[in-house]
Design a protein around this ligand. Structure first.
Ligand SMILES: Cc1cc2nc3c(=O)[nH]c(=O)nc-3n(C[C@H](O)[C@H](O)[C@H](O)COP(=O)(O)OP(=O)(O)OC[C@H]3O[C@@H](n4cnc5c(N)ncnc54)[C@H](O)[C@@H]3O)c2cc1C
Length: 478
């Protein structure tokens, strides 16, 4: 261990890359350890929806917005939960982060800025994303990263698996990691933990959240080992009582507990994007929600009241083939056409098909009598134009034309809400709320609960990851 770095960053993902770039641009030398074979982390999977108030793109689009409006909207949505000081810090930095991308000629999707209804909507059009999800962010910042590497300021160690930290003069300065079966060490003035969430670690998830059902569409490298280690070092973990999944996960391999947001995701987030020609039933074969409820939060919270946080979307052949209001195909799985749905249904793993309701019940394991009664009751509601049970108002399609389909949908997690505790300077704190000298954190390792509270606020994971990474890159090099 010869060279001493200004910063050592653990994890070359969203926050880690932003931090390294900012520090390198200010002349610092940065070592980055990354356990994977590639940099970019969750940006390879993420939707990349960012949010900020008062951005250059909003101004160009004639939208009046501000940091205060964004903050107030978040507090309205999450009912004042989360770490309010961190939320304020994230929201204040957010326009600078988005303008930074804008100055890099970021390829904003043409419909942005916009209001997103997949979460409780903001009152203003302030969600912005690129034409290629979060890959657009990666592509935009990668040249800056390369510049830092070429200038000899960013030293990347791939296949470098974090193992521990140790102290010099009562301050954590040394990072130990495994590479090619060998223990290696690096010394730096500051250590920044940007190793992401723990959504792909079923065991740690259970330890933190108890027996709530686990189905994950988190980034596969969100495995939480660094958090586990930091907890052993007495770092404080918080927000474990918050957890919200996202609706739409399909476990194409039954029992795998894995769904994939980008490959197979049911369009059940909110009916704003798709009017229901289907009904949702729980494992008792009963409806539990007005399927045209537009509030995503209400939908998510209704599903997590159901056994196993799972439900079946039931429709018939007419529902499958129905077009949207513009005459386009509009099948329930995002990006799938009707042929793909039929092909998957033949496998009988995540989608099921049968010639009658009894057959569908046999395939899915749903109680046949209850399912038949639910469908027959629903068809009568369509006849009468009224849903006395749940108040659904979109009652245009009966379920009566064979074959019949069921899609087994999981409330599946994308991000984790719990995380390591930091102060306003993003220093890790121990269980006595004391600063752990030398250690800082940014990104999902702090938990979505810290920056979004007990609710999903659009963009409040990836934007703070970029922003806090950049803030630390500045703060630790001055
Ligand atoms: C499908 C999906 C969609 C999403 N959509 C949105 C969205 O639209 N808007 C939004 O705000 N958020 C979204 N998110 C969440 C958001 O993308 C993430 O929270 C954010 O990108 C995480 O950034 P990060 O830097 O904390 O972690 P990552 O980007 O995951 O980076 C962590 C890095 O640390 C590395 N690492 C982990 N453990 C170790 C170790 N032991 N040693 C060395 N390296 C290690 C990992 O390999 C990884 O490269 C989404 C997430 C998913 C999965």
């Amino acid at each position: 261990m010869s060279k001493k770095y200004d910063l050592i960053i653990i994890g070359a993902g969203t926050a880690g890359m932003a931090c390294a770039i900012e520090a390198a641009e200010r002349g610092a030398t940065v070592a980055v350890i990354e356990k994977s074979h590639q940099i970019g982390g969750a940006m390879h999977w993420s939707g990349g929806h960012m949010s900020a108030g008062g951005t250059q793109l909003q101004i160009r689009s004639g939208i009046e917005d501000s940091v205060d409006d964004h903050y107030e909207d978040i507090i309205r949505i999450n009912k004042g939960s989360g770490d309010l000081k961190l939320i304020r810090k994230a929201v204040e930095e957010a326009p600078h982060t988005l303008n930074w991308l804008d100055d890099l000629k970021f390829p904003w999707a043409p419909e942005c800025p916009r209001i997103i209804y997949g979460h409780v909507p903001y009152t203003k059009s302030r969600t912005q994303y690129g034409v290629n999800k979060a890959i657009s962010i990666f592509d935009a910042i990668k040249p800056l990263w390369d510049k830092g590497v070429d200038a000899g300021r960013i030293h990347l160690h791939l296949h470098a698996d974090f193992s521990s930290v140790s102290q010099v003069d009562d301050r954590y300065k040394i990072v130990h990691y495994q590479s090619n079966g060998q223990e290696q060490s690096l010394e730096g003035e500051h250590i920044v933990v940007t190793s992401g969430g723990y959504g792909s670690n079923a065991e740690y998830f259970k330890e933190k959240h108890g027996d709530i059902p686990y189905s994950s569409s988190a980034y596969p490298d969100s495995t939480g080992e660094v958090m586990i280690y930091m907890e052993q070092l007495n770092a404080a973990f918080r927000m474990a009582d918050y957890h919200l999944p996202s609706l739409g996960g399909l476990e194409l391999e039954p029992g795998s507990q894995r769904a994939n947001f980008n490959e197979a995701w049911a369009m059940v987030l909110t009916s704003v994007y798709r009017q229901p020609r289907d009904i949702y039933v729980n494992s008792d074969g009963k409806r539990f929600l007005a399927e045209d409820e537009i509030n995503a939060d209400t939908r998510e919270r209704a599903v997590i009241q159901q056994k196993g946080w799972v439900f079946w979307v039931i429709f018939d052949e007419a529902g499958l083939m129905a077009k949207d209001d513009n005459g386009n195909d509009n099948p329930i799985i995002i990006g799938w056409d009707t042929d793909q749905i039929k092909a998957e249904a033949k496998k009988g793993k995540a989608i099921f098909v049968a010639d009658d309701i009894a057959g569908l019940a046999a395939q899915t394991g749903l109680p046949a009598d209850a399912l038949a009664t639910t469908i027959s009751d629903f068809n009568q509601m369509v006849d009468h134009g009224e849903d006395p049970d749940h108040g659904r108002s979109y009652l245009n399609h009966k379920i009566g034309k064979a074959p019949y389909y069921a899609v087994k949908v999981f409330a599946s997690l994308l991000v984790t809400f719990g995380g390591l505790t930091v102060n306003e300077d993003l220093q890790l704190l121990d269980r006595d709320s004391k600063v752990i000298p030398g250690l800082y954190g940014a990104g999902e390792v702090l938990g979505l609960g810290a920056t979004s509270g007990d609710a999903f606020c659009s963009g409040m994971a990836i934007t703070p990851a970029l922003s806090f990474g950049r803030i630390l890159g500045r703060q630790l090099t001055t």
